[in-house]
Design a protein. Structure first.
Length: 438
């Protein structure tokens, strides 16, 4: 969905912003004040098909909160293309909202700014306790060994969505479980102007999500245990090459997908131009594009063995949205009350049902609304075979430089230029050189 278009533009400058943010973004203490107890400003991320959909979903809930507490919440839904830069500006200037949504992969990077309220034991207790949240969601709230910088709000995972009619027309009885099966299936479907698999080759964050998972399956990571960039290991190189080869070698992704970055692959899927797509919580987008639920199916994303699980059987990054509070808020008590409200069992059911995501709150996850076949796959993936992206301050730069390397390799594939192990390694070496030295 639109939510995966993390605002990579400007992320490469994050390391420079963090130093200033540590001074300008937060108050001198650990928390803000209560100078303006009757209002809050809230930057929500764009979760729906468009900004108006988000306003329609959120405003009734904000009105409910105001009725319960007397606190007015002034809502702004910020497009993904602007969100990270807006947050960076706020951390350096100190002029930001009271409460905001962040992509969960940014947690450690923004935590390093010092601008966000740490969620220590006392603050978690104020919203009902840390043990209310699913462990995998908590894994993407900040660096290990530090108090989380945010609280999980919406959880998502990748899955393989497939077009039932295109599968039936090609005589394919079930979705692929391994990468070999996916390639074989994709080749059967790639004919007559139609293609087996869709991709977003110019979408930096989506590129990172896919190659991160493949690296895990190759027994590799993009960072060492002590947080140093490690982009050129054999496993990382193999992961990037395997992903780009779906276009370059296997020819199951249309060359035009190298330029996709705005969910065009989902549009192609909905129009029966592409038979499969690897995506996170795509059902609401398909519905908005006119697809009925019985027209598509969902299966776990492929793994080398065919059986998803931990370690080399990882088949998704832990996707999702976290809720954070600026330390210099002038309504710290109200901000905590709002986070408590938005992460309450009742609101978690309402909001995640509206967006087709999974509640990161355990009790809400048990609601029958999240037991549909499609959502059950996502829920099980989060519980057993999803892994958080590296929780390091340089994660946003990683998304930018490696995501761009993959984008450039897709461009080579689309132009018919060879994508070799050597060319992949060279691109990743170049990306690693752009990372800050540790």
């Amino acid at each position: 969905m639109r939510r995966i278009r993390a605002a990579a533009v400007g992320a490469v400058t994050l390391s420079f912003a963090l130093t200033a943010a540590a001074c300008g973004g937060g108050s001198s203490g650990t928390e803000g004040s209560n100078e303006q107890p009757k209002t809050l400003t809230y930057w929500a991320s764009n979760q729906g098909a468009n900004l108006e959909v988000d306003k329609e979903v959120l405003q009734p809930e904000l009105d409910k909160f105001e009725k319960e507490t007397g606190i007015e919440v002034k809502l702004e839904v910020v497009p993904w293309s602007d969100l990270l830069n807006r947050i960076l500006t706020a951390t350096t200037s100190g002029q930001g909202p009271d409460v905001l949504n962040i992509g969960n992969t940014w947690s450690a990077s923004l935590q390093a700014s010092g601008a966000l309220l740490p969620w220590d034991a006392e603050n978690f207790e104020a919203i009902g306790g840390k043990d209310r949240f699913v462990e995998s969601a908590l894994g993407s709230t900040g660096a290990q060994g530090q108090d989380p910088a945010a609280v999980p709000l919406y959880s998502m995972a990748y899955a393989l969505y497939y077009n039932k009619k295109m599968f039936a027309d090609a005589g394919i009885e079930k979705p692929p479980a391994t990468w070999d099966e996916l390639v074989e299936t994709g080749k059967k479907l790639s004919k007559d102007g139609k293609w087996g698999l869709g991709a977003e080759g110019s979408n930096l964050s989506n590129n990172i999500h896919q190659v991160f998972v493949l690296a895990k399956q190759h027994g590799a990571d993009f960072f060492t245990a002590d947080g140093k960039a490690d982009f050129t290991s054999d496993g990382a190189v193999a992961a990037v090459k395997q992903y780009v080869d779906l276009m370059a070698e296997d020819k199951i992704i249309a060359p035009g997908n190298a330029e996709y970055a705005q969910n065009q692959s989902l549009s192609d899927f909905a129009k029966d131009k592409t038979a499969m797509v690897l995506w996170q919580t795509a059902s609401a987008t398909f519905k908005s594009q006119g697809m009925n639920e019985d027209e598509w199916g969902v299966a776990p994303a492929p793994v080398q063995s065919g059986e998803p699980g931990p370690g080399k059987a990882t088949n998704s990054m832990v996707a999702g949205i976290n809720m954070a509070v600026f330390k210099n808020t002038k309504n710290i008590d109200g901000a905590k009350k709002f986070v408590k409200f938005m992460t309450s069992d009742e609101e978690q059911v309402i909001l995640n049902k509206a967006y087709g995501s999974i509640p990161p709150v355990k009790a809400a996850q048990q609601d029958p609304a999240f037991d549909t076949p499609a959502l059950a796959v996502l829920r099980d993936t989060l519980a057993g075979s999803a892994t958080a992206l590296p929780q390091v301050p340089e994660e946003s730069q990683f998304e930018t430089v490696v995501g761009t390397a993959v984008k450039e390799l897709f461009a080579d594939a689309a132009a018919g230029r060879a994508v070799t192990t050597e060319s992949v390694r060279a691109k990743l070496e170049e990306a690693q050189q752009q990372m800050p030295a540790k």
